[in-house]
Design a protein around this ligand. Structure first.
Ligand code: ATP
Ligand code: MG
Length: 304
């Protein structure tokens, strides 16, 4: 019978065969949340490092440390060191590409889509933690967009009241600058998904969204914009959105997503020049064999 590590290695090989060189592995964190972050049960968790008090104006939100700890989203300097290290490794090629691709004329390199084949693979977890990690970059600010308009979750994960956002801008009910929220994490802004409405999915694939994306890329060139996006195989708007992005991160739930689904998802974005695949929720045992420690290789499929 093959060991967990052998199974993991076989799976990684199969994923490589699906078009990406070496998927990055993010461990599944299994520590109890309350005892780790809150001390005695029922006590409110202290704000993680990086959270400062923010003035309450209409455009500033204070993210909720306890909600974030529950979702395993941590600002810089807080949370498990292994998780922080994985996101540092993950962000590095993405950031390098922002500048490198601009030099080759790809002006949307600051737009990064986080997607997956199916639901529940860890898109929002990855998008939010990646955004947090990127706030430490000196040259950039970060905007985290909840573009998963059918299943928005960033407001819950980060612990702020959902308000107007992307959908309101797409329906001309609000201006972009009026719905962007500054947060109490230095250099991090958030664009919520906005007021739910019946035509929401069409709006995400609309020309107006294309114009908005273009405006975001050019108006905020020193801002890295991370889109928490719908899954590629369950929605049609995800691949439309993908075609407008500069870089795509495909999150794959380890031991969860069928190989065929990963392959179909990758083929739906086959023409996109810059893709990274992230293997998420890797069980700790899989990470202990040779070559599977923290900091194990990340994959960056860049075929131009
Ligand atoms: N590596 C990880 N370690 C710990 N928890 C994780 C990890 N990845 C995801 N989770 C948790 O698993 C759950 C599902 O993740 P998440 O909400 O990010 O998936 P999703 O792909 O955005 O789902 P949906 O398609 O519903 O939007 C969340 O509670 C998240 O906090
Ligand atoms: Mg999500």
């Amino acid at each position: 019978m093959s060991t967990l590590i052998e199974q993991a290695m076989q799976r990684l090989e199969r994923l490589r065969g699906a078009g990406v060189n070496s998927p990055m592995a993010v461990p599944q964190e299994r520590r109890p949340i309350r005892s780790a972050e809150s001390g005695a049960e029922g006590r409110t968790a202290p704000p993680p490092t990086g959270l400062t008090s923010a003035s309450r104006t209409s455009k500033v939100v204070a993210l909720n440390a306890e909600a974030m700890a529950l979702a395993r989203v941590f600002p810089p300097g807080a949370g498990p060191a292994a998780q922080a290290s994985q996101f540092r490794i993950m962000k590095r090629p993405l950031i390098k590409n922002v500048a490198d691709l601009r030099q080759t004329g790809q002006m949307r390199s600051n737009l990064i889509m986080v997607t997956s084949a199916l639901a529940g693979e860890g898109k929002s977890f990855t998008a939010a933690n990646l955004a947090m990690s990127m706030t430490t970059e000196l040259d950039y600010t970060v905007l985290l967009v909840d573009a998963d308009i059918a299943r928005p979750s960033l407001a819950r994960m980060l612990g702020f009241e959902p308000n107007q956002g992307l959908l309101d801008v797409l329906e001309d009910k609000a201006a972009l600058q009026d719905v962007l929220l500054s947060t109490n994490i230095d250099k991090l802004s958030v664009l919520p998904s906005g007021t739910p409405r019946p035509r929401a999915t069409e709006l995400l694939a609309s020309d107006k969204m294309g114009e908005l994306v273009e405006e975001m890329a050019s108006r905020y060139p020193d801002r890295i914009i991370i889109f928490d996006s719908p899954p590629l195989l369950l929605t049609t708007e995800a691949s439309v959105l993908a075609s407008q992005m500069g870089q795509i991160v495909v999150v794959v739930k380890a031991d969860g997503t069928p190989q065929a689904a990963v392959q179909r998802a990758l083929s739906s974005i086959a023409s996109h020049p810059v893709k990274m695949m992230v293997l998420n929720q890797v069980h700790a045992k899989m990470m202990q064999g040779p070559g599977y420690g923290y900091g194990y290789s990340y994959g960056y499929g860049s075929e131009s």
